[in-house]
Ligand binder design. Structure first.
Ligand SMILES: Cc1cc2nc3c(=O)[nH]c(=O)nc-3n(C[C@H](O)[C@H](O)[C@H](O)COP(=O)(O)O)c2cc1C
Length: 377
């Protein structure tokens, strides 16, 4: 066996993202106020360490493979100021990593907000804290006013990915190099840089990206281990086609096998009618229209993830769970929905709930055992 193959095998042994669950699971945006629900409903997630830690521990108990925080520096206004308060992702991941035993722990990093030498060193540190359970989710940024907080303009879309290529290239070199690294690119100049010790995972920690544009999809397919599909249609054939296209892109263009994930929001009720009434309350009656308009407008202008006409139709799903796949119904229906996503080809799904703490606790108590029974876990 070659050294590289051996290293990959070792990485696969320590990071739960390479585990054997038929459908891997994670949490999404448990580090920010409101979580994924753009609503004035009482009882949504607050930005307190106690709450985010409780969610991580629940996920850890269920053996979730991915705890994915959202990198956010500024909220979206409205009555809820959706995501206006929250924890910075690397420091969050360090704390959560030290407080959990099994789950994969991600840090989401906006490329232009942090120098690659610093990002490489922080990521390496968290990989040691977690003994190889770390993953780096890199995003290029689209929430213009939060990127401007750092004193530089939001780059033009394709330049953002040019910059990300250099950023990740430097980080990957630093993670493996025994010699000091020099680098001179269009965006970065690095002189004699080192990151020692190297990360626990070899050749390097798992890297994820969720670029939605054509350029973003190529970036993820070429450079990352895990890619995310932002679904714009929810029937089985449409979902399967979107997953297949991604895998095919990575295989055909870059000769790579990558994991393909997506995300979903869970609205559970005793009956389907109960679940729909809950959905109606927090989305239709109490959805924060100002905040969702701000979010979808800025995303529509600055990203190329969702075409404008689709974005309008997706607003309801943005309010309900950041534009994720809808899992609304009884616990049995939730399990059926997840089974469908697995059959469509996803390796894993991130989940969120409106009242994150009590709703996820209900999922743990009532729904998770059914997922195990169904052989999905
Ligand atoms: C699972 C997931 C996590 C994401 N996390 C973040 C995040 O933390 N911060 C952010 O600004 N964008 C985040 N995004 C947005 C995308 O990474 C991406 O920046 C956006 O869709 C624009 O892509 P594009 O530039 O390729 O059009 C996330 C998307 C998904 C699906």
């Amino acid at each position: 066996m070659s050294n590289t193959a051996r290293e990959r095998q070792l990485r696969e042994a320590c990071n739960p993202l390479f585990g054997t669950s038929k459908l891997k699971l994670g949490t999404f945006c448990s580090n920010l106020s409101g979580g994924c629900a753009i609503t004035t409903l009482d009882g949504v997630l607050d930005a307190s360490w106690g709450s985010t830690l409780s969610l991580a521990r629940m996920a850890d108990q269920m053996g979730f493979e991915a705890l994915v925080p959202v990198g956010r520096w500024k909220g979206f206004g409205g009555e809820s100021d959706f995501n206006g308060e929250g924890f910075e992702c690397f420091t969050w991941a360090a704390g959560i990593g030290a407080s959990t035993a099994r789950a994969g722990v991600f840090a989401t990093s906006h490329v232009p907000t942090i120098h690659p030498v610093m990002a490489a060193k922080q990521a390496m540190t968290i990989d040691h804290i977690t003994n190889g359970r770390f993953a780096l989710n890199l995003v290029t940024g689209w929430h213009k006013t939060e990127i401007e907080m750092f004193g530089a303009p939001l780059l033009e879309h394709s330049k953002r990915y040019d910059c990300a290529v250099e950023w990740l290239d430097i980080i990957k070199r630093l993670w493996v190099s025994d010699e000091p690294v020099d680098y001179e690119g269009e965006f970065y100049k690095v002189i004699g840089a080192q990151v020692r010790p190297h990360p626990v995972q070899r050749p390097h920690p798992v890297v994820m990206n969720a670029g939605g544009s054509e350029r973003g999809r190529h970036f993820a397919a070429k450079y990352c281990d895990v890619a995310f599909v932002i679904l714009t249609a929810y029937g089985f054939d449409d979902v399967k086609a979107q997953v297949d296209r991604y895998r095919e892109l990575a295989r055909r263009e870059y000769g790579r096998d990558i994991q393909v994930w997506s995300y979903a929001y869970v609205v559970q009720g005793e009956t389907e009618a109960d679940a729909r009434a809950y959905f109606d309350e927090y989305v239709h009656q109490k959805g924060d229209q100002v905040a969702v308009d701000n979010l979808t407008t800025t995303m529509g202008i600055n990203a190329q993830t969702v075409p404008p006409e689709v974005m309008e139709a997706m607003k309801t799903h943005f309010i309900a769970g950041w534009g994720g796949f809808p899992l609304v119904g009884t616990k049995e229906q939730i399990v059926d929905g997840l089974a469908m996503l697995q059959r469509a080809g996803f390796d894993g799904i991130l989940l969120s709930w409106a009242r994150y703490l009590p709703d996820m606790a209900q999922f743990q108590a009532e729904t998770f055992p059914l997922l195990v029974q169904a052989g999905l876990r």
